[in-house]
Design a protein around this ligand. Structure first.
Ligand code: ASP
Length: 445
């Protein structure tokens, strides 16, 4: 599996510059171009902003087009291939425990920092009085209107699709598609021959084709990344962050601790990986892709390719842990939700008792499972938490300006945690040879 998928990463290397360097250069150029042109800069009547938008959207569409068939085929192939003797149950349980423990650690890191720094209090005053709300509040309020505690239950209700075809046609309903694929894969393994091997060959074929198409889409990654990031830079810039600097810094610090301390510690202590930093190197292309697209789902093809080819995890584990993780395991998002809700409570001068903070932690954990792997998806989850603790939804307006950049950072952490999950579960399943070589020296095909 994924054999065809090794092509682009190695191909890029053979032709000279490795893919992640190409993407990094594209990122740097995008920052410069976006800042120079702004939203109105034009040459010969063509607005640069429209060009960025076109390039970025085209690339993102290409990635999104892969999500449904990739998730379905990899989960079905993964689950049906895990086999009997309690294999699926054991693998599933380990994966689930990893997801819950790491998400909880992430939320607690965020909670600790936000209580320590108190970014919602500026100069001794609740930040709301100092900053004021941004203009586009109404749009958000309309988007998230009517959310409440019942939505947490709703997440689990929506997990069972009433119509499989409808679920598969909506990138935001991935949890339902995953649920059905899990069922399909596990029962596919139990039917009689020749049906079983015919179906197995079919889904394996679909997966191989999807990875080939991933290769094609990834050829355009540097151009797509340029478009996506230049667009953000042109419209948002850095200036708007100044009043929210400490909120921004708290989220970034939390994400950094999780990515560079907590997760490597798990890799070292639980997965017994001697050189955890190699995981960052192995995942570099996927991390840059997550950063540029702000979408774990869109990054999934690259995450799978890197985890398998550069970190050395077996297809058996990657095709189960990663597609599931892209929707279910979101450490960065959980951390962000908790920090954002606490920040807004501080900014509105709301006292948060221990009990309320505990419920914020719980809701951040639960909603991060239901949040779709698409840009800004956590805003809806934050709305759910806000209504539960009794804050007005307009409060979200305060964090809107910084949401986009923080989305890029938290998505990278989401993807990195998924990949660490694959490594950890694979090691617990007794796999050898993971991250034994420096990924930079590793030939990919
Ligand atoms: N953009 C995030 C992701 O795809 C979700 C979120 O936190 O908004 O992982």
């Amino acid at each position: 599996m994924l054999r065809g998928g090794a092509g682009i990463l190695s191909g890029m290397k053979r032709r000279g510059l490795a893919l992640h360097w190409q993407i990094l250069i594209a990122l740097a150029l995008a920052v410069i171009a976006g800042r120079l042109s702004g939203t109105s800069g034009a040459t010969l009547g063509v607005r640069w902003y429209a060009v960025y938008d076109f390039l970025g959207t085209l690339f993102l569409n290409g990635l999104k087009m892969l999500i449904v068939p990739l998730i379905a085929s990899s989960i079905i192939v993964g689950v049906s291939g895990i086999g009997g003797e309690g294999g699926l149950g054991r693998l599933g349980l380990r994966t689930l425990v990893y997801y819950i423990v790491t998400s909880l650690l992430a939320v607690l890191t965020g909670l600790g920092l936000v209580n320590l720094v108190r970014p919602g209090i500026i100069g001794g005053q609740p930040a709301r009085n100092v900053i004021g709300l941004t203009g586009s509040v109404q749009a958000v309020a309309a988007h998230v209107h009517g959310r409440g505690m019942a939505d947490v239950v709703g997440i689990f209700l929506r997990m069972v699709p009433t119509n499989v075809v409808k679920a598969a046609s909506d990138n935001r309903a991935m949890l339902a598609a995953i649920f059905f694929s899990l069922l399909f894969g596990s029962f596919m393994a139990t039917i009689a021959e020749p049906g079983r091997s015919t179906l197995q060959a079919f889904w394996q074929g679909v997966l191989d084709v999807m990875m080939r198409i991933t290769d094609l889409v990834m050829r355009f990654a540097p151009i797509g990344v340029f478009g996506l990031v230049a667009k953000v830079m042109a419209s948002t810039g850095f200036g708007a962050f100044v009043p929210l600097a400490s909120f921004f810094a708290v989220v970034l610090a939390g994400l950094t601790i999780h990515m560079f301390v907590t997760l490597p510690a798990i890799l070292w202590a639980v997965a017994r990986i001697k050189h955890p930093w190699r995981q960052h190197r192995a995942m570099a292309p996927a991390l840059l892709m997550a950063f540029s697209t702000s979408s774990s789902s869109a990054t999934l093809p690259v995450t799978m390719e890197c985890t398998e080819k550069r970190a050395g995890v077996s297809p058996r584990v990657t095709s189960f842990v990663l597609p599931l993780g892209a929707t279910v395991n979101m450490d960065g998002t959980a951390l962000y939700e908790c920090v954002a809700a606490m920040f807004l409570a501080q900014a509105y001068g709301l006292h948060m008792s221990f009990g309320t903070q505990f419920s914020v932690v719980l809701m951040a954990l639960l909603t991060s499972i239901g949040v779709a792997g698409v840009p800004s998806a956590s805003l809806v989850a934050i709305a759910i938490i806000l209504s539960a603790v009794g804050l007005p939804l307009e409060a979200i307006g305060l964090i809107l300006v910084v949401d986009r950049l923080l989305d890029m950072a938290r998505t990278a952490v989401n993807v990195f945690s998924d990949s660490c999950g694959a490594v950890t579960v694979a090691r617990l399943e007794g796999e050898q040879g993971i991250l034994e070589e420096d990924p930079r020296t590793r030939e990919l095909s």
